[in-house]
Design a protein around this ligand. Structure first.
Ligand code: SF4
Length: 737
C-alpha cells in the first residue's frame, strides 16, 4: 500500500522539505514540499540533487552492511560482519589502546550534513579525548569566535529585499555551494536593483547578480576590509552616537586603519581606489546594510581571522549590528543546547591540557575567558567544536608519536583525504594507524583504508533535528520517512552502543534517537511528535538588545564583552596575546617556478563537497574538475579552453580541465573534492585520490596556519599551470615566463 509522508532532503546543509511516496517501506518517489521550513519552490526548482533520492536509497555503491578488513590495509578485501561483532571488536581495541597510550590516543573526524555531531562529542568527552578534528577551522569557527569577542555573542546576518538597502557578500557563492534560503533572498534582493556588492576573485554565478563585483588578489581581503574602514572613519561616515555610547577603542582603530588609504588598498588588492571608496560610502550611508562573510574568507589561512575581525568592526561602526534588515545577535536556545548534550563541562582538565596546538583563540583558555563574559548574559557557546583539534598536528601525532601517539581514528560523514589540506600527509598518517573506523554512506578513498566500514542511515532514513550548534533559538526538521534499508544505522546508535560497551551506560539512557530528541525539546514544552508535524521551532527576533533595561538595576544590558561595549579594540584578544586590532599578515608573493596564485575550494552544482560523483546523471552534467584562469592568463601561458592542464605547487601536481573565466589575473582557481568512484578503491591511489584533488596541492603546516584559529592555507598559494600535452614534469619557469 502506498503512503505519502513528510520528509527532508539532506543532500546539502540546507535540508529542504520533501514529500515521499513510500510503498512497503521503500521510497518510490519524492517531490519538493515548499510548505516546510526552509522551503522555497525556487530553491528546489534549481537543484538537481533531491531528484536522486529514490536512486540514492538503493544505489548499488551504498554501504549496506558492516564490513571488516581482512587483507592488507587498502587492499579492498572485506568480510561482512554483524554490528554487534564490529562494535565489540572496536570497543576492545579502543580499550587496549587507551590502556597503553591514554584516552587522547583516539581522534575523530566529522563532516556533514548527513550526521549529528553531539553523540560523537558526548562519547569523546566521556572517553576523555580532546582530539576531534572538525571542519570548524574552515567553516564557522573563525567568524563565530571573532564575533563573540567583538560583540559578546554570535550573529546572523539578514538580507530582506524590502528592508536591506545595501548588501555585501564576501567570499559567499550561495548559487553553487548550497541552493539555500540565502540564495533565494539574494535573487529577490538583486531584483530590487539596490546595491549588491560581491567580493570574490572569480565572477561566480552569485557575482553575476551584483551591481559591484570586486575581485581582490587572493589573500588580500583583510587589506580591502581595512580600506573600507579607513574610508568610513576618515570621511566621518560612522554612526557617531553608537560609536560614542557603545563602542570601545574607536580612537585606536582609527589610528590603525589610517594607513589603509584607497590608494594603498589598490596597490595591495588590485581594486581601484575609487571603487573601494564608493563601496565604503554605499555601505555606510544606505543602512540597514548587511555584510555576509563566507567560506571564501574562512579558507584564506593566516589572514582569515583579521578579515573577519575587520568586517565585524565595519558592521558595528556603521550601526548595522542588531538592526532589522542588517543583522541580529542570536539567542541561547530554549531547548537543551549542544554544549549540554555533549557533556562538555565534564571533559577532564587533563584532556583539555592535551589539546594539540591550542591556537590563541581556538583554545580552552580563550573559551573560558569568553564564557565568563557571556554567562553574564546567560549565554554559553558550544565548546567541543570551538576547541576542536588542529588537523595538521593530529596527522603528525599519528605519524611521529609526538607529542603523544594518536593510534586510532573514527571518521564520520566525511572524506578527509579529499576535504582536509595536504592529502599526501594524511594518506600516510591514516595508513600508519592501529585502528581506523569509518561511518559512511558509500565507500570512499578514506574508507578504503579502514579496518571497519559501518553503514550509515542517510536521507529519509533518519530523524532530522537541525540547530545552530546551540547558538540560536531555532530548530527545524522532522521524523524519518522510512526505517533504514539493509543494516544501515543512524550514527547516534553507533556512539550510544560503543559508549555502553565502554562503561558509559548511565550517560546513554535513551532507547532511540527520537527519545533523545524528545528530551532535548522538553524545556520548550513541545513534544517530538508536535515538532515533527510543524517541522520548525523558532521565536521572533528582537533587535537593539543592548538597550534592554534590567529592572533590578535600571542599567542597560550592553554587550557581553570585557567592557560591556562592542570591542573595536578587543581586550580579550590582547589578554590571550593576539593582535587586538585586525592585523593582516604579509603573504609570500608568487614567483620563480610558481609564478601564479592558487585558490582552492571552488564548488559547482550538482555536487556537494566530495559527494555525488557516483551518480551517472550528475556526472553527465559535469564530468571533470575545472581549473579556472582569466583569458589573459590563459593566453600568456599558452593554455586552451577545455584542454587538460597540470597545476602544481611545491607539494605536488594534479590534473584538471581548463576553463577560461572572468576572474583575477595570474590566479588559478581549482574545484575541490574531486575523486573518481568508477576507479578501483584498492591500491595506492584509491578512487584516483591523487589525480585531481586540490588538496594534494594545499599547505597544512601548523606553523603557517592562522595563529588564532589554526586554519590551514587553502588560498593564495604560489603555483604553476601548464598544458598536459607538454608532459607531466614540463611546467615551471620555462612554461610560465
Ligand atoms: S540538495 Fe540541498 S538545496 Fe537541494 S533539495 Fe536537497 S537540501 Fe535542498
Amino acid at each position: 500500500m502506498s503512503q505519502t509522508v513528510k520528509a527532508n532532503c539532506r543532500f546539502c546543509g540546507y535540508q529542504c522539505g520533501l514529500t515521499a511516496t513510500v510503498v512497503e517501506g521503500r521510497v518510490v518517489a519524492v517531490k519538493p514540499d515548499p510548505t516546510q521550513y526552509p522551503g522555497d519552490a525556487r530553491i528546489q526548482g534549481g537543484c538537481h540533487r533531491w531528484r536522486l533520492v529514490p536512486e540514492f536509497m538503493d544505489h548499488p555503491k551504498r554501504v549496506n552492511y558492516p564490513l571488516k578488513r581482512v587483507g592488507e590495509r587498502g587492499s579492498g578485501k572485506w568480510q561482512r560482519v554483524g554490528w554487534e561483532e564490529a562494535l565489540g571488536e572496536i570497543a576492545g581495541k579502543l580499550a587496549r589502546l587507551k590502556e597503553s597510550f591514554g584516552p587522547e590516543t583516539l581522534a575523530t573526524c566529522i563532516g556533514g550534513p548527513h550526521a549529528v555531531f553531539w553523540p560523537l562529542h558526548r562519547f569523546m568527552t566521556l572517553f576523555g579525548s580532546p582530539n576531534n578534528v572538525g571542519i570548524g577551522q574552515i567553516c564557522w569557527n573563525p567568524g563565530t569566535l571573532i564575533n563573540s569577542v567583538t560583540y559578546g555573542w554570535t550573529i546572523d546576518n539578514e538580507l530582506d529585499p524590502g528592508l536591506t538597502n545595501c548588501a555585501i557578500l564576501w567570499g559567499v557563492n550561495q548559487a553553487e555551494s548550497d541552493n539555500s534560503l540565502l540564495w533565494s533572498r539574494i535573487v529577490a534582493y538583486a531584483d530590487t536593483g539596490k546595491p549588491l556588492v560581491v567580493i570574490d576573485p572569480r565572477r561566480t554565478r552569485t557575482a553575476e547578480r551584483a551591481t559591484h563585483w570586486l575581485a581582490p588578489r587572493p589573500g588580500s581581503d583583510a587589506v580591502l576590509a581595512l580600506g573600507l574602514l579607513q574610508v568610513v572613519v576618515s570621511e566621518g561616515l560612522y554612526d557617531a552616537q553608537f560609536v560614542r555610547d557603545w563602542c570601545h577603542g574607536f580612537e585606536k582603530l582609527a589610528r590603525h586603519v589610517a594607513w589603509y588609504t584607497p590608494e594603498y588598498v589598490q596597490a595591495a588588492t588590485g581594486i581601484k581606489a575609487e571603487t573601494v571608496a564608493e563601496v565604503a560610502r554605499l555601505f555606510a550611508r544606505q543602512s540597514p546594510s548587511a555584510i555576509f562573510s563566507g567560506r571564501g574568507i574562512d579558507q584564506i589561512g593566516a589572514n582569515s581571522v583579521p578579515t573577519h575581525h575587520a568586517i565585524a568592526c565595519l558592521r558595528a561602526l556603521t550601526g548595522n549590528l542588531d538592526l532589522k534588515g542588517a543583522s541580529h545577535i542570536t539567542e541561547m536556545p530554549d531547548f537543551v543546547p549542544e554544549l549540554d548534550l555533549e557533556l562538555s563541562d565534564q571533559l577532564p582538565e587533563r584532556a583539555r591540557e592535551k589539546q594539540l596546538g591550542a591556537p590563541k583563540l581556538q583554545s580552552y583558555d580563550a573559551y573560558r575567558r569568553i564564557r565568563r563574559l557571556t554567562l553574564k548574559h546567560g549565554k554559553r557557546l558550544p565548546m567541543r567544536y570551538l576547541t576542536s583539534a588542529q588537523p595538521n598536528l593530529v596527522w603528525r601525532a599519528m605519524l611521529t608519536g609526538r607529542p603523544y601517539p594518536i593510534r586510532a581514528l573514527i571518521v564520520m560523514a566525511t572524506n578527509p583525504l579529499l576535504t582536509q589540506a595536504d592529502s599526501g600527509l594524511l594518506y600516510e598518517a591514516l595508513k600508519s594507524l592501529d585502528l581506523l573506523v569509518v561511518l559512511e554512506l558509500f565507500q570512499t578513498p578514506t574508507s578504503a583504508l579502514a579496518d571497519y566500514v559501518l553503514p550509515s542511515a542517510g536521507v529519509l532514513e533518519r530523524a532530522l533535528f537541525e540547530t545552530k550548534a546551540g547558538t540560536s533559538n531555532l530548530i527545524y526538521g522532522g521524523a524519518k520517512a522510512v526505517e533504514p534499508y539493509y543494516e544501515r544505522r543512524c550514527d547516534f546508535y553507533f556512539w550510544r552502543d560503543l559508549g555502553r560497551l565502554m562503561g558509559q551506560e548511565e550517560q546513554w539512557p535513551w532507547e532511540s534517537f527520537e527519545e533523545s530528541l524528545e528530551a532535548t525539546l522538553a524545556p520548550t514544552g513541545v513534544s517530538w511528535e508536535t515538532f515533527s508535524r510543524f517541522g520548525l521551532y523558532s521565536l521572533p527576533e528582537e533587535y537593539g538588545k543592548h538597550l534592554r533595561v534590567d529592572p533590578a538595576t535600571g542599567s542597560r544590558a550592553g554587550f557581553a564583552t570585557t567592557t560591556g561595549k562592542v570591542e573595536l579594540y578587543s581586550e580579550l584578544l590582547a589578554q590571550v596575546g593576539a593582535p587586538p586590532l585586525p592585523s593582516p599578515q604579509v603573504q609570500h608573493p608568487p614567483g620563480g617556478d610558481f609564478p601564479l596564485q592558487l585558490i582552492t575550494g571552488a564548488r559547482y552544482q550538482p555536487y556537494y563537497a566530495s559527494s555525488f560523483r557516483q551518480f551517472e546523471g550528475l556526472r553527465a552534467l559535469h564530468p571533470e574538475p575545472w581549473a579556472e584562469v582569466a583569458a589573459t592568463t590563459a593566453r600568456k601561458l599558452g593554455l586552451k579552453d577545455d584542454s587538460a592542464v597540470w597545476v602544481a605547487t611545491r607539494r605536488g601536481k594534479a590534473r584538471f580541465r581548463l576553463k577560461v573565466s572572468e576572474m583575477c589575473e595570474e590566479t588559478v582557481s581549482l574545484e575541490y573534492g574531486w575523486w573518481y568512484p568508477e576507479l578501483p578503491l584498492a591500491g595506492s591511489d584509491p578512487g584516483g585520490l591523487f589525480r585531481s584533488n586540490a588538496n594534494v596541492l594545499t599547505d597544512a603546516d601548523y606553523e603557517t596556519c592562522d595563529p588564532l584559529v589554526g586554519t590551514a592555507t587553502y588560498n593564495g598559494i604560489p603555483c604553476a599551470c601548464w598544458p598536459c600535452e607538454a608532459g607531466p614534469n614540463a611546467g615551471t619557469r620555462s612554461q610560465t615566463g
